[in-house]
Write a protein that binds this ligand. Structure first.
Ligand code: ATP
Ligand code: MG
Length: 461
C-alpha cells in the first residue's frame, strides 16, 4: 500500500504539535475546584461585592472575585477588601452601576461605591509588561490592553494571588498552582523571579509583607534574587514606598515584617538610615527599642486602636538622628539646634527613598524634641509638658527608651506615676518632692526588653 507524501507530512506535523503541547508547562492547564471542594462561603463575602458580582453575571459578563480576597478566604481569614475581575470593559461596568466611577489612566479601573465600601472592578488584562509600554499623546496606553482570564492570571505576582472565585458556579479557578502553594504555605512567583522583580521591584517588598502577614515561607527561588536586585528599590517611586511601608509596619504584622526585611537584606534599601544605625548597635539597644515599638503597634492594631506613621518614623529614624545630634553637641553646637539640624538631615536622607509626608515628619520631630523636657521636673514644667498635644506620644517614646539606660527607665516610671495622680495631689507631691513611684514600673533593662508592655505605643497625641 502506498501513502501519499503530503498525508505523511500532515501526520508528522500532527505528532509534532502533540508533543509540543505535552511540553507546555502545567501552569497553562486551569484547575477548577468545585464549590463542594473548597471553603469559600458567600456568607464571608461582603454584600457589596456579591451585588457587583451578580449584576455583572446577570448582564452576561464573566465575574470573578480575585487576588488577596480569594487567598485570605481560602485561608479562613477576613479580607479587608474585595477585588473583582471581569471581561466587561470599564465603560461597560460603568453602564451597569449608577454608583460607579472610572479611575486611573495607566491602569483604568471601575470603582463601585457603596457608602464607605469601594469595590474595585478590573477588566482582565493582557500582556503589557512594564518594559514595553506604549505612549500615545503622552499617555501610557499600553497597560490598558485587555486580555483573557488566563493572561490576567499570569500578570499577577504570586501564585497564591492568582486564584479566581467564579460567581457563575461558585467554583475556584486555579491557572498557576496557587492552591498547592496555599496548602504548602509558601510564596512562589509566577514566571521568572528575576524578570518579575525587574518589572516591578516592589514585588520584593510584597513577598516579605505577605510572608509576614500570612506566616508563609518565601520560596528559595523567589528569595534568591533579593541580594542582587534589592538596590532596584532605589528606583521605585518614594510615594509608593511610603504606602508599602504602612502596609509592612502598621497593618498588624510589623515586627515580623521588620525581621524579614532585615533577614533578607532589604531593610538597607528601604530604610538605609535605620540599617546604618543598626550596624553600629553593638549592644542591641536600638534593635530592642524598634522591636518593642513594633510589637506594641501590632498589639494596638489587634485591639483596633489607632496607629500613626509619625511614631513609626520616630522609632525607625531615632538611632541615626540621636547619633548625629550627639556628634554635633560634642562638637559644641547648642543642643536644641543640634537636634533640629540632625533631624532635618536624617529626614532628608530617608525621604529620598520613602516619602515622609510633611505632617508626619513634623509630629515625629516634636516627639524627639520633647524627650529632653522629661528630665525637667519642676511643677510648672511638668504641667506644661503634660498639656502638650504630643505629650502622650512623646511619653510612649520615653518608655521605649527605657532600654537605653537605667536613668531613663526610672524617668519613665516617674512620669507613669505622675499621670496617675489627680492634678491637686500631683501639684502637692511635686512641691514636696515626694511623688510615690512604683519601682515595679521601672523594670531593669533586660526585663524591659523581653516583656510586652500593654501601654499604647503610638497615640496620636
Ligand atoms: P492585601 O491583603 O494586603 O490587600 P493583596 O494581595 O490583595 O494583599 P493588593 O495590593 O490588594 O494585595 O493587590 C490585589 C491583587 O493584585 C494581588 O493579590 C495580586 O494578584 C495583584 N497585584 C498587586 N500588586 C501587584 C504587583 N506589584 N504585581 C503583580 N500583581 C500585583
Ligand atoms: Mg487586597
Amino acid at each position: 500500500m502506498t501513502v501519499p507524501g503530503n498525508a505523511l507530512r500532515n501526520l508528522f506535523r500532527g505528532i509534532q504539535r502533540l508533543s509540543k503541547d505535552a511540553r507546555k508547562p502545567p501552569a497553562h492547564v486551569p484547575r477548577i475546584i468545585p464549590r463542594a471542594e473548597h471553603a469559600i462561603s458567600r456568607k464571608s463575602i461582603s454584600s457589596a461585592a456579591l451585588r457587583v458580582l451578580y449584576r455583572l453575571h446577570e448582564a452576561g459578563f464573566a465575574a470573578f472575585l480575585v487576588g488577596g480576597a480569594v487567598r485570605d478566604l481560602l485561608l479562613g481569614g477576613h479580607p479587608k477588601d474585595f477585588d473583582i475581575a471581569t471581561d466587561a470593559t470599564p465603560e461597560q461596568v460603568k453602564h451597569l452601576f449608577r454608583n460607579c466611577r472610572l479611575i486611573g489612566r495607566r491602569f483604568r479601573l471601575a470603582h463601585v461605591v457603596f457608602g464607605p465600601e469601594i469595590i474595585e472592578v478590573a477588566t482582565f488584562r493582557g500582556h503589557g509588561a512594564d518594559g514595553d509600554r506604549e505612549i500615545v499623546d503622552g499617555r501610557i496606553t499600553r497597560d490598558n490592553i485587555w486580555g483573557s482570564l488566563e493572561e490576567d492570571a499570569l500578570r499577577r505576582d504570586f501564585r497564591v494571588n492568582a486564584l479566581y472565585y467564579n460567581i457563575a458556579d461558585f467554583s475556584v479557578r486555579d491557572d498557576v498552582g496557587g492552591m498547592q502553594d496555599l496548602q504548602d504555605r509558601v510564596l512562589r512567583l509566577i514566571g521568572d523571579p528575576e524578570q518579575r522583580y525587574r518589572e516591578d521591584p516592589v514585588r520584593m517588598l510584597r513577598a516579605v509583607r505577605l510572608a509576614a502577614k500570612l506566616d508563609f515561607r518565601i520560596d528559595d527561588a523567589a528569595a534568591a534574587p533579593f541580594a542582587a536586585l534589592g538596590p532596584l528599590l532605589g528606583d521605585a517611586p518614594s510615594a509608593r514606598l511610603f504606602d508599602e511601608s504602612l502596609k509592612l509596619f502598621l497593618a498588624g504584622h510589623g515586627l515580623q515584617s521588620f525581621r524579614l526585611l532585615d533577614h533578607y537584606g532589604l531593610l538597607e534599601h528601604l530604610y538605609p538610615v535605620t540599617a546604618r544605625a543598626l550596624a553600629r548597635d553593638h549592644d542591641g539597644g536600638l534593635r530592642a527599642l524598634i522591636e518593642q515599638a513594633l510589637a506594641n503597634t501590632d498589639a494596638r492594631v489587634a485591639e483596633d486602636k489607632s496607629v500613626t506613621p509619625a511614631f513609626l518614623f520616630a522609632v525607625l529614624l531615632w538611632g541615626e538622628a540621636r547619633a548625629q545630634a550627639e556628634a554635633r553637641i560634642a562638637a559644641g553646637d547648642e543642643p536644641t539646634l543640634a537636634w533640629q539640624h540632625a533631624a532635618a538631615r536624617v529626614v532628608a536622607e530617608q525621604s529620598d527613598r520613602v516619602a515622609i509626608p510633611r505632617r508626619f515628619g513634623t509630629v515625629m520631630e516634636e516627639i524627639w524634641a520633647l524627650q529632653p523636657r522629661f528630665a525637667q521636673r519642676a511643677r510648672k514644667r511638668v504641667f506644661r509638658l503634660m498639656s502638650h498635644p504630643r505629650f502622650r506620644a512623646a511619653y510612649d517614646f520615653l518608655l521605649l527608651r527605657a532600654a537605653e539606660s537605667s536613668e531613663l527607665a526610672e524617668l519613665g516610671a516617674w512620669w507613669t506615676a505622675a499621670q496617675t495622680q489627680p492634678p491637686e495631689q500631683l501639684a502637692a507631691a511635686l512641691d514636696s518632692g515626694n511623688l510615690p513611684v512604683d519601682a515595679e514600673a521601672a523594670p531593669a533593662r533586660k526585663r524591659r526588653r523581653r516583656s510586652r508592655r500593654k501601654k499604647p505605643a503610638d497615640a496620636a497625641g
